[in-house]
Design a protein around this ligand. Sequence first.
Ligand SMILES: *Cc1c(COP(=O)(O)O)cnc(C)c1O
Ligand SMILES: [Zn+2]
Length: 402
Amino acid sequence: MIYQRCIECGKTYEDDEIVYRCECNGLLEIVYDFDKIEVDKEKFKNRVFSVWRYFELLPIKNREKIISLKEGGTPLYRCRNLEEELGVKELYVKNEGANPTGSFKDRGMTVGVSKANELNIKVVGCASTGNTSASLAAYSARAKMKCLVLLPKGKVALGKLAQAMIYGAKVVEIDGNFDKALDMVNELAKEGLIYLLNSINPFRLEGQKTIGYEIADELNWEVPDRVIVPVGNAGNISAIWKGFKEFYELGFINELPKMTGIQAEGAKPIVEAFKKGKREIEPYENPETIATAIRIGKPVNAKKALNAIYESNGYAESVSDEEIIKAQKLLARKEGIFVEPASASSIAGLIKLLDEGVIDRSERIVCITTGHGLKDPDAAIRACEETIKVKSLDELKKLLSS
Ligand SMILES: *Cc1c(COP(=O)(O)O)cnc(C)c1O
Ligand SMILES: [Zn+2]
């Protein structure tokens, strides 16, 4: 009833088979037989607002195998101050920083680690720019599994590193970037030494598709015109699109949003492919950006992401580090929402695409903010003016009256 299928050649694999790619090297996705699944949207409404509200549409058979920290159910904020500032009609921010370890990766990990638990896996691993490792370290701890995380040395934001360490993962740093770390853990996974929980793992993406479910659910089954997503390894935008498409197929919603992916200027292979109308990317050897969570040169899920963008009549654009920092401050100062730089790229992208006339001001827009601001305190402090120092109460009073 649930199986894995190659997006290239259509070959299928059973859901309990450990494969990360098809023998043709294509990416895999999870497919359900919706005719045999009994769900209706009213039933969902009566359950706790979280990833597991949608249990029947997730690839776990036995509820007892679920490893959860109560992920998902994140707030969708109407942003009236930003609407005014940017002159748009209806803008929401879906704040994934509100997840248990502070990023949307928790949605993927609750499903991925639960699947590993079903498969009786004892050792899990991932490569990470930071958030994947923080999340996997937490969920594997709760599941009593060993966890290996591979990080690019000196390139991981402090909050994320602290998380992976305190949750007790084996934290290994390599000389090299994320893409190299991913190649290395891929080898370990091929040899069966670890169960890989990067976003090549289609079970993880099943958890992340609930972002799409939740948006539809919260907006009373009226989907937004556009969803804007920061793109790194490109799993999330693909997953969110899958979520919307499934709700459409189930008849829960009547429309689909335009999926709009935002990358950083120094790491934008998907944007380049999109602008040339291609489905293949040319990798970046040395990706660079302040938004470390999307500092990825060779996105594994590029094919799925480009499919999502083309199929939904969406768009892809890049933003500079300067635009990212500006957007991060704007969101914090206008709406009280503090996100890490990668997350602010969705807001920066919105601003740029409004200027370019790609996005219409009358659209109903949801920006996904992917991770919490405290993940990268250094970046936030650098983005702001220095604190004010005073030596006396008098000085303080002068300051107040100036
Ligand atoms: C992982 C991550 C991304 C990128 O998501 P992909 O699925 O790799 O495209 C963006 N922002 C944050 C905060 C992340 O942790
Ligand atoms: Zn195939």
